[in-house]
Design a protein around this ligand. Structure first.
Ligand SMILES: Nc1nc2c(c(CN[C@H]3C=C[C@H](O)[C@@H]3O)cn2[C@@H]2O[C@H](COP(=O)(O)O)[C@@H](O)[C@H]2O)c(=O)[nH]1
Length: 368
């Protein structure tokens, strides 16, 4: 006697078939990989314009380790920054999500007096800090800029309002405002439709896995899908997805919304600021044509071979530094994310002191 199709539970059948054939996939596969480190190694093995200096990496590792120890550099440092949120709440989760949706491309051709700047707390903030200041200012003004339901309502959350939120203290506007608006609109739609309007539910879905959360962000939100092609192969950087997870981890001190059992799997966040520090430490060395191009402050197209080499070599370089540190100090609690945070903060300190290194490379994109 055949059973009518309408009465067959196809999901149960599929589950039983997978169980019998040993192909059952866990709901949240914990062992998801981002393939960022593999991408970086492939780029270093196949690129010819950026070299790593092992001798300088070994020296830099000891220097970075000692400096981080001396500064007692840890996840606590994250919250010490004046503009970073301090409360360990869901509101802070929403703030960090908003911040890292927009955390890209603040560099300017203008000088320090005329570049895009945000006035907040009686100071002028530029670069990454201009973003954080603009978000804090909007919240102080009663604008729910960290709410996904707000992002999808184009009547209330209009382009005019975005221009107000990111208004500059100078004549230069924030770069890529339309692209930033598109990031929030897309994220708002996905989070409202699939995660009940809060990013905290996406964190829950990742089930304490940093790599799973990075992969989910890249899979479900095109604005985090920082993937390119180098020498015929796909390479992943996932810079903003990774720094989003690292910001949660650092802000919450590895607990609550910041608890990830595989946080050490994150790599350095391939941006335009940290490579400057790596070159000043002579860990990264550029071929003459690329170096002349960067010195001349010429644009480097997003996704180009040079750009992939700059980003991939930076990721691999920090991984080498991390391994050197752990070789000499096996018990120290240091990972690529913390080394990266330290290198970024150091780059900003050196910039403030007027330390003249090579200029940062100039690529305009939403990826970093
Ligand atoms: N690799 C890496 N890239 C980072 C950061 C941060 C800020 N992170 C804070 C959180 C913890 C740390 O202690 C920092 O205080 C911003 N960026 C990137 O830099 C660029 C902005 O540069 P500038 O225009 O000079 O402000 C832009 O692409 C932005 O995405 C980082 O930490 N690592």
């Amino acid at each position: 006697m055949s059973v009518p199709d309408s009465e067959i539970d196809h999901d149960l059948l599929a589950f039983m078939r997978q169980a019998l054939t040993g192909t059952l996939q866990p709901k949240n596969p914990q062992k998801l990989k981002t393939y960022v480190l593999e991408s970086a190694q492939y780029i270093v093995d196949n690129g010819i314009d950026v070299a790593l200096s092992r001798e300088h990496i070994v020296k830099a590792a000891e220097h970075i380790y000692s400096a981080m120890q001396a500064k007692q550099y840890s996840t606590d440092t994250w919250s010490i920054h004046e503009l970073h949120p301090k409360a360990k709440t869901r509101e802070t989760v929403d703030f960090i999500f908003t911040m890292d949706l927009l955390n890209f491309s603040f560099w300017s051709e203008m000088d320090v007096e005329t570049r895009f700047a945000v006035e907040y707390n009686g100071k002028r903030w530029t670069g990454y800090w201009s973003l954080v200041a603009a978000l804090q200012r909007a919240l102080d003004e009663g604008i729910p800029i960290t709410c996904p339901y707000f992002w999808v309502d184009e009547q209330i959350c209009s382009e005019e309002l975005f221009k107000h939120i990111f208004r500059s203290a100078t004549d230069e506007d924030i770069p890529l405002l339309p692209e930033r608006i598109a990031c929030l609109r897309e994220a708002g739609q996905v989070v409202c439709e699939r995660y009940d309007g809060t990013f905290a539910n996406m964190i829950d879905e990742a089930d304490f896995s940093a790599t799973a959360l990075v992969v989910m962000l890249a899979d479900e939100l095109s604005c985090f899908r920082d993937e390119h092609v180098f020498e015929g192969r796909r390479v992943n950087f996932y810079k903003r997805a990774q720094i989003l997870v690292a910001d949660l981890w650092a802000c919450f001190g590895g607990e609550s919304f910041g608890e990830f059992h595989d946080i050490d799997e994150l790599t350095m966040f391939a941006d335009y600021r940290v490579p400057v520090t790596l070159t000043m430490l002579h860990c990264l060395q550029f071929g003459p044509k690329l170096e002349a191009h960067i010195k001349a402050k010429k644009m480097i197209p997003s996704g180009s071979s040079w750009e992939c080499q700059l980003r991939g070599a930076s990721v691999w370089c920090v991984e080498m530094i991390r391994r050197e540190i752990l070789k000499r100090h096996p018990k120290v609690n240091i990972n690529a994310a913390l080394i990266d945070f330290y290198l970024y903060d150091t780059a900003k300190e050196m910039e403030a002191l007027g330390a003249e290194g090579l200029p940062h490379h100039r690529t305009r994109s939403i990826w970093y």
